[in-house]
Design a protein around this ligand. Structure first.
Ligand SMILES: *Cc1c(COP(=O)(O)O)cnc(C)c1O
Length: 361
């Protein structure tokens, strides 16, 4: 059975060569006679896999040496809560920029620990735009500034790293990490759940400027303490070895394909193709996001008549285009076109959309 083009927002499509390699190695990793997921994380075989994954990620997104990298169990939401415990004092001010569903979730996670201030919000526009960094009101006493680089549900993205005038900038890159070159040195912390652009759900990647690790006065158990995780090389307890291994295969695949520069070009072409199909449909389809804030990764769109939604979903599925239903918060449709979505997949979607509009227009 041929694989379909899968537009799921997360867990999301993975590169086919990665899945094939994982399948080929599943029962017997590297002649060991056992699977990589059946052995100790502290043995030399898994330690090699783990170290290679970190080295490849460092190369892939050019992580400077004064940043630690963690591969931890738990999703991005867990990281959102732990950020307050690890980078702010109890009750300290922290600045949050609200640009959609996930930045609101991030804010909610820290309320028990700190004093979150809303530095800016685009909620009054229905999150159809991002608050321009020039409009952010930053608190001088804030421990950090948190923003969401790409809003997976609302389909808005910051295309440039905001200038926060020396404050520690924390970015949620769950749905856009490694999709284009990024100057990591502009950040205090970058984090991402793996299941959109990096691999399978169950592991999160954190990239932390080392000096920030000593800043927090929050009491916290060792297992919630990023300092301890850095000292323990993400192995304080049993790490999610399968997820770490698979993410490592994705990093290697991306490097072999030409790295983030190449993926930035592919992602720009894919997004342009899809937005052109929407904008050029004579109103049959529409995307409501301000032009300058349109996401390259998640494209929500609506049909001119909601009555056609069910037909669009069943016909697209029959055409081998999976998971186009929009998030329940917005309704309509959403196409997630992460790194692993081939250009042929977006072309197939655009062809289907044109054909559907002709038949139902
Ligand atoms: C998916 C997502 C999250 C939540 O990730 P979980 O792994 O489900 O906790 C947070 N932020 C963004 C931007 C996301 O896309």
């Amino acid at each position: 059975m041929p694989r379909v083009f899968n537009f799921s927002a997360g867990p999301a499509t993975l590169p086919e060569p990665v899945l094939q390699q994982a399948r080929d190695e599943l029962l017997d990793w590297n002649g060991m006679g056992a699977s990589i997921i059946e052995i100790s994380h502290r043995g030399p075989e898994f330690m090699r896999v783990a170290a290679q994954a970190e080295a490849d990620l460092r190369e892939l997104i050019s992580i400077p040496d004064d940043y630690a990298v963690l591969f931890l169990a738990g999703g991005a939401t867990t990281a959102q809560a732990l950020i307050a415990l690890n980078f702010a004092d109890p009750g300290q001010a922290v600045d949050y920029v609200l640009s959609g569903h996930w930045s609101k979730t991030a804010l909610k996670q820290v309320r028990p620990y700190v004093d979150p201030r809303i530095a800016a919000t685009s909620e009054e526009s229905g999150f159809r735009d991002v608050p321009p960094p020039s409009s952010w009101t930053l608190s001088p006493d804030a421990a950090y500034v948190h923003y969401t680089a790409n809003e997976t549900i609302h389909g808005v993205e910051f295309h440039d790293v905001p200038d926060v005038d020396g404050a520690a900038l924390i970015g949620d890159f769950s749905s856009s990490i490694a999709s284009a070159p990024l100057d990591v040195s502009r950040f205090g912390v970058l984090y991402a759940g793996a299941q959109k652009n990096l691999g399978p759900v169950g592991v999160s990647v954190l990239i932390i400027r080392r000096d920030l690790l000593e800043r927090s006065g929050q009491p916290r158990a060792e297992i919630l303490d990023y300092r301890a995780h850095v000292r323990g090389e993400s192995m304080l307890n049993t790490p999610p070895t399968w997820n770490w291994y698979l993410a490592g295969l994705v990093f290697r695949w991306m490097l072999d394909e030409g790295g983030v520069e190449e993926f930035a070009r592919r992602n720009a072409r894919k997004a342009a193709l899809l937005y052109q199909a929407i904008d050029g449909s004579g109103g049959f389809y529409r995307n409501e996001v301000a032009f300058g804030a349109r996401s390259r990764m998640n494209v929500p769109f609506f049909l001119h008549d909601d009555v056609l939604n069910a037909a669009f979903l069943s016909e697209s599925k029959a055409a081998g285009l999976l998971a186009l239903k929009g998030h329940r918060v917005l309704g309509g449709m959403r196409a997630s076109i992460y790194n692993a979505m081939p250009e042929a997949g977006v072309q197939a979607l655009v062809d289907f959309m044109g054909d559907f509009a002709r038949r139902h227009g």
